[in-house]
Design a protein around this ligand. Structure first.
Ligand code: FAD
Length: 334
């Protein structure tokens, strides 16, 4: 493998390699290509497939592997990762460091940025270079309701976290070459914070913008009791309940659960729309959901144009059957 010729000032940091790492490498590749630079990937705390990083866009891979099970806890922990990332990246004067938008990745990114006085943008939406070689970062604020731009000069370093699924990973290119370096961990000592266990958020209480599954109801639910049935299905699916503005105005569901132009914008993995016509004001808040399933008695309802799967049916019958079948599944959360 030949060494990359161009300087490596755009780095992706992670503690393992998964689809989100490859997405960030795609972003890093685009940024670095604008300046004919190389992309680095720094993986701290796991033995990983360096080839996968190179085919996904890295030119220079550095891996800090855990050396023993006892040691690995501190290397893998957020403080351990920070010290390793700082030791390796600081001398390289990166311009951009891209970390995961997971809670874990955001903690790591924040610690790294604070230790080096690098500028933190978490969560960021995208980054680009302008004509004057300044980095322009689009940042989300107010829990994603607004975006703003920040501009950084050539001597500044930006640490960005990006949510998984925001970018597309580039197709793997097996012709790519790169360098791989395995590095021993620096002495990191005791991890100051130990995670005993993770408690998953209760989907019935979590903000609908941060949930993976949503079952939403509209006027077609017929009343508050329709929402009770929806809540039962949601519980089994580990989903959150949301509604159209009409459902909110009728008092069937809280306003904080309204989806749409004057409600919230959601991008869950699954959006099950029940008795919602699909007015443009509603679609504005959910059209980017990964899988949209719609149940509506009207075959001409606009929601079907946005849906990946549509059922022209009475929602009460479908929900009753869904509830029955899901509840019969082993391990059902009912
Ligand atoms: C400025 C502005 C902002 C707005 N902002 C929003 C917003 O943020 N969010 C939002 O949702 N709306 C918003 N609206 C309102 C929007 O235009 C629609 O009026 C609203 O989305 C319609 O809600 P709905 O789909 O629940 O009701 P409807 O349009 O009345 O649709 C009900 C649907 O249920 C179906 N149905 C009825 N019975 C059954 C059954 N038994 N089984 C299956 N299907 C059945 C019907 O076929 C129909 O398609 C806004 C409007 C304006 C003017």
């Amino acid at each position: 493998m030949s060494a990359p010729a161009a300087p490596c000032r755009t780095w992706v940091i992670d503690h393992r390699v998964d689809a989100a790492t490859r997405e960030r490498l795609g972003d890093a590749r685009q940024l670095a290509d604008l300046r004919s630079e190389s992309v680095g990937a720094l993986i701290v705390g796991s033995c990983c497939d360096s080839e996968a990083l190179i085919t996904a866009g890295a030119d220079c891979v550095k891996i800090v592997e855990p050396v023993s099970p006892a040691y690995s806890a501190s290397v893998c922990g957020s403080a351990g990762r920070t010290l390793n990332a700082e030791a390796i990246l600081a001398p390289l004067r990166p311009r951009v460091v891209l970390a995961s938008g997971s809670p874990d990745g955001r903690a790591w990114a924040a610690r790294l940025a604070v230790r080096r006085s690098w500028r933190l943008f978490s969560p960021a939406l995208q980054a680009d270079f302008d004509r004057d070689d300044r980095l322009v970062v689009t940042v989300l604020s107010a829990c994603g309701r607004y975006s703003r731009e920040a501009t950084l000069g050539p001597d500044e370093t930006a640490v960005l976290t990006l949510a998984p699924g925001v970018a597309e990973a580039a197709p793997p290119d097996s012709a790519r070459v790169g360098t791989v370096e395995r590095i021993a961990s620096v002495e990191v000592g005791e991890e100051p914070i130990r995670v005993e266990r993770e408690i998953p958020a209760d989907p019935s209480e979590v903000d609908i913008r941060y949930t993976a599954r949503i079952v939403a109801g509209g006027r077609g639910l017929g009343g508050a009791d329709g929402f009770e049935q929806l809540a039962r299905v949601a519980r089994i699916l580990k989903a959150s309940v949301a509604g159209s503005r009409v459902a909110v105005d009728l008092g069937w569901i809280d306003r904080e659960r309204q989806v749409g132009q004057t409600g919230k914008t959601v991008t869950p993995e699954l959006y099950l729309a029940c008795g919602i016509s699909g007015a443009s004001h509603h679609l504005a808040g959910m059209a980017e959901a990964r899988h949209i399933v719609a149940i509506n008695t009207d075959p001409d309802a606009p929601i079907f144009k946005a849906a990946h799967l549509g059922l022209v049916a009475d929602l009460r019958k479908v929900l009753s059957e869904l509830e029955r079948q899901l509840a019969a599944q082993p391990g059902s959360a009912r």
